[in-house]
Design a binder for this molecule. Structure first.
Ligand code: ATP
Length: 911
């Protein structure tokens, strides 16, 4: 390309008149042609224009992010208390209070940063691809590598990867709501429009970020990245919206309520202390401040977010990419998973095993997509060239095909649909290569395969320029179009019974079915349309394609069953195929399978009645998926539904967890989903459910740890005030405990891995309140145990002649020790931690305990601490007593778990 050319392209992209430019001007200004750009030129333009990526949305600066950590009612109360103590001149208390707030803000700040980074890395996993023509060859590239002048091929389901001027369209409909707000899809043409036409009227353009919901097209990239219309309005298509979920909001509300209750409670204590007991108001006030500080779970908001974000990250590592955070929680309560079959439950590595023609049945061997293998009849190898009908059928499979086989490092790979890959490999076995066939019989037009109509048709000219139309698709569909069949003596009347029998026989083996037919005729209009494929065909052959189930899917289905989750297979495939594969996966065994046709005859009430009794829905259309989700939800189920096509979007949106396929899924499906499977694998859904349950568990564990520890501290002080005892903890000591333990200890629980038996429980009922009766009980029990240990020790020591300072130092250490022990208890809500894994399995727990222990040694022995907090050194014997008080909580908690495990409350508590 000349320098001039560069300039033209460069300047051209600055102007916004592309919608008004005609085809020739377009190619000239962008210096491109029908073969697309050369790779070298594309690389040069990439260096000039940069990557086709939108700048991420503006982030809050670190300072603002830090300041926002304080924006929480719990911390406001703490800061208010700090201010008042400062006014009263209690500087140490002010410093400790402020220290606690600061520590929490810092933890929150760092963890939130990590959480955002985790979500960012997940965002990049969702980057889109684009199909381009470069050097005349079709290629899949990362959409970020598109440059002005590239020719992009669009198909239904794609997200438009850059601003395109359309040069070829076939029934193209694009949903442009992101740009125009118009939710009805816009029909596109290749026509230029007036220069001042509004965005919605520029029919010859497809804009970046919009979604192709129907048809196909070819367009030239006219603007990328920030130059696109989307870039101009600077709207990042966000994959994960914000760090909030219903559960987090529930906890937030709870936090606010708790703050109010604590304040009211403190006021009451103040009145009781001063009025009833006649304690000095200033002392009482300091005590109440300390009480409030210790009761408020100030670490709660930050830690909840972290737990959730860590869960999302863990899921991403296992190929489940969460697009909407609430899905993490919902996953934990899923009761039914509706899964596609092909590629999700099966391997999607297809190989043709059998070709049935009117007169012969051919078996084909060879594995994978390698074009090597023998053809045999009744177990004796034959020369396929002798069989003209077989050859024509296989040619139909090669021509009526949008896939492409490539050999990379000696291995054959398919670009496109694996079903079509199997047909190309079959062609190779008969010596019919794709390039030669296409050159000899050039394609004139096509109707692409869509799950709704279940066939594909192509129009070709043969070597004598005669028109041929080939169709391939689901046998029922193709048989309906045929009136004849081709045998070696030419056309004969169709023997539909023969084909149906053969189809059932192939399907019963669990093989996928495809039929081929042809007619030697020209289309009625200029190109192929649906009227051309209605009738008049000759049936050529039936093909049986093997697609074995995934090994890991078999295990995952069994795991789901153990976890009380029903697995349903919803497939476009033949009922017999689905049943045979279902039997291998243990889905729908001993139950009837229902077809889409039968489903169509049922009204919603009838469907609701049978929906839980049937596990296999075959030949189901995407619209029926939506009906199934609705029926299941009306039955009270929490449904995860997989999908990949454009028409799956409504069902994905409606499902409680919409799961899109990352590899074969369209952008439209991904957009509608809550979670994307990077590997299209059913086993990934099961592991996401497992992680979802673990996240929910960890949130519960964290709350179950935090509330009793706060409760215990408050109870000690309160009891002393109420019973007129010497205060076992001074205000500043309460604040110290709070500073050392709040947040830092509990944070370790966010790293807790899933419990071993997590997939052996029933799903959690949806909408179940987090803070159940069991929670209240556990909080009370631990608070009482903690208070008993510390207070008892304190009183015992005083009684036996210890100094007040010593007794208080022991009380402080006893509370902290109890919290450290209880942290270990909290690793499992009901399970025993009295084993190696339970005691040592989470190194963050051990680290947190070690850190706390160091701080307590400093507190006890450092002279400056003696001055500030009134602490004193302890003897080994005294330390043993401190540990004993701590152990009281540990043993008490384990005993309680044991008792509960043995009662009928276990399952309710476990959830
Ligand atoms: P699932 O919904 O479980 O992924 P599926 O992939 O079999 O199942 P579809 O892709 O809708 O569902 O296919 C339905 C039927 O359409 C297949 O059984 C097959 O007969 C036919 N078919 C599949 N792919 C093609 C294709 N590329 N061209 C023509 N017909 C096809």
């Amino acid at each position: 390309m000349t320098d001039d050319g560069n300039k033209t392209a460069g300047q051209a992209t600055q102007k916004q008149d592309w919608h008004a430019v005609n085809h020739e001007d377009l190619e000239r200004r962008l210096s491109t042609g029908s073969a697309g750009l050369a790779e070298t030129e594309a690389a040069r333009r990439l260096a000039e224009y940069g990557f086709n990526r939108l700048a991420p949305p503006k982030r809050q600066g670190p300072l603002l992010r830090f300041v926002l950590q304080f924006h929480n009612i719990l911390l406001y109360v703490m800061l208010g208390a700090a201010l008042i103590t400062a006014l009263l001149g209690h500087w140490v208390d002010t410093a400790v209070l402020f220290g606690a707030v600061l520590i929490n803000a810092i933890i929150g700040f760092i963890q939130e940063g990590k959480a955002e980074a985790a979500l960012d890395s997940i965002r990049s996993l969702l980057s889109a691809h684009a199909t381009v023509l470069r050097d005349g060859v079709r290629r899949e590239i990362d959409a970020a590598e598109l440059v002005p002048g590239d020719i992009v091929l669009l198909a239904s389901g794609d997200r438009v990867p850059a601003d395109l001027r359309l040069i070829e369209v076939k029934d193209l409909k694009v949903e442009e709501a992101t740009l125009t707000g118009e939710s009805m899809p816009a029909s596109k043409t290749t026509d230029a429009v007036d220069l001042d036409a509004s965005l919605g009227d520029r029919h010859g353009m497809a804009y970046s970020g919009t979604l192709v919901v129907y048809g196909q097209a070819r367009g030239i990239v006219v603007a990328t990245a920030g130059d696109t219309e989307l870039g101009r309005i600077n709207q990042m298509l966000s994959s994960i919206r914000n760090l909030s979920t219903p559960l987090l909001r529930q906890v937030d509300r709870f936090g606010r309520m708790l703050a109010l209750v604590i304040l009211a409670f403190c006021a009451l204590t103040f009145l009781l202390g001063t009025g009833l007991r006649g304690l000095p108001a200033a002392d009482m006030f300091m005590m109440v401040v300390a009480l409030a500080a210790s009761a408020i779970p100030e670490g709660l908001p930050a830690l909840m977010t972290v737990t959730l974000a860590l869960g999302v990250q863990r899921m991403a590592r296992r190929n489940a990419i969460i697009r909407r955070l609430p899905a993490v929680e919902t996953l934990g309560s899923v009761t039914v998973i509706c899964s596609d079959k092909t590629g999700t439950l099966t391997r999607n590595e297809m190989t043709v095993q059998r070709v049935v023609c009117a007169d012969q049945i051919f078996d084909v061997d060879g594995v994978g997509y390698a074009p090597q293998g023998n053809v045999s009849i009744a177990e004796s190898v034959v020369d396929p060239a002798q069989y003209s009908v077989l050859n024509l059928a296989v040619r139909a499979g090669v021509l009526c095909n949008d896939g492409r086989l490539r050999q990379i490092d000696g291995q054959w790979h398919i670009e496109g649909d694996p079903t079509e890959g199997a047909l190309l490999a079959l062609g190779g076995k008969l010596g019919l290569t794709q390039d030669e066939s296409n050159a000899a019989w050039p394609r004139q037009d096509s109707i692409p395969f869509e799950s709704e109509h279940r066939f594909m048709a192509t129009l070709h000219k043969d070597t004598e320029a005669q028109p041929w139309i080939f169709v391939k698709g689901a046998p029922e569909r193709i048989l309906d179009m045929c009136s004849q069949q081709l045998g070696h003596e030419g056309n004969q009347p169709l023997d539909a019974d023969y084909w149906r029998r053969m189809a059932t026989d192939i399907a019963a083996r669990g093989w996928r079915l495809l039929a081929f037919a042809c007619k030697q005729d020209a289309p009625s209009g200029k190109g192929l349309d649906f009227t051309d494929v209605e009738s008049g065909y000759s049936m050529l052959a039936l093909v049986g394609i093997i697609d074995p189930p995934r090994e890991e899917a078999i295990q995952a289905v069994a795991e789901c069953h153990r976890a009380g989750i029903q697995v349903k297979m919803i497939t476009g495939d033949h009922a017999e195929t689905a049943k045979a594969i279902g039997a291998l996966l243990d889905i729908g065994v001993g139950k009837p399978a229902i077809t889409g046709a039968e489903l169509a005859l049922m009204d919603d009430a009838a469907l609701r009645r049978i929906v839980m009794e049937v596990d296999i829905f075959a030949r189901a259309s995407p619209e029926q998926k939506l009906r199934l989700v609705q029926a299941l939800q009306e039955d009270g189920q929490v449904v995860a539904m997989t999908g990949d096509g454009v028409n799956d979007a409504p069902a994905l949106k409606r499902a409680d967890v919409g799961v899109a396929m990352g590899l074969k899924g369209t952008e439209v499906a991904k957009e509608a989903s809550d979670m994307v499977l990077a590997d299209d694998n059913f086993a990934t859904i099961a592991s996401a459910v497992r992680e979802g349950r673990a996240v929910y568990d960890n949130l519960k564990k964290f709350i179950l740890f935090m509330l009793p520890t706060n409760g215990g501290e408050s109870l000690i002080v309160l009891t002393a005030i109420l019973f007129g005892l010497t205060l076992p903890l001074t205000p500043v000591q309460v604040l110290w405990i709070n500073m050392v333990t709040a947040g830092a200890l509990g944070l370790a629980l966010a790293f807790e891995p899933a419990e071993r038996g997590i997939m052996q429980r029933r799903p959690r009922p949806p909408g179940e309140a987090l803070l159940s009766g069991f929670f209240v009980w556990r909080v009370c029990l631990i608070s009482v145990l903690m208070a008993t240990g510390a207070l008892g020790l304190f009183l015992w020591e005083l009684e036996h002649g210890a100094s007040l300072e010593t007794a208080r130092t022991m009380a402080v250490n006893a509370v902290v020790a109890a919290e450290m022990f209880y942290l270990i208890n909290s690793r499992y809500i009901l399970g025993s931690v009295l084993n190696r894994e339970g005691l040592l399995g989470n190194r963050y727990v051990l680290l947190a305990i070690a850190a706390c222990a160091c701080l307590q040694v400093i507190y006890t022995y450092l002279p400056v601490m003696h001055d500030i907090f009134g602490s004193v050194g302890l003897t080994p014997e005294q330390w043993l007593k401190v540990l004993g008080a701590g152990l009281l909580v540990f043993v008490g908690a384990e005993l309680e778990k044991r008792l509960i495990r043995n009662t009928r409350f276990a399952s309710a508590a476990q959830r």
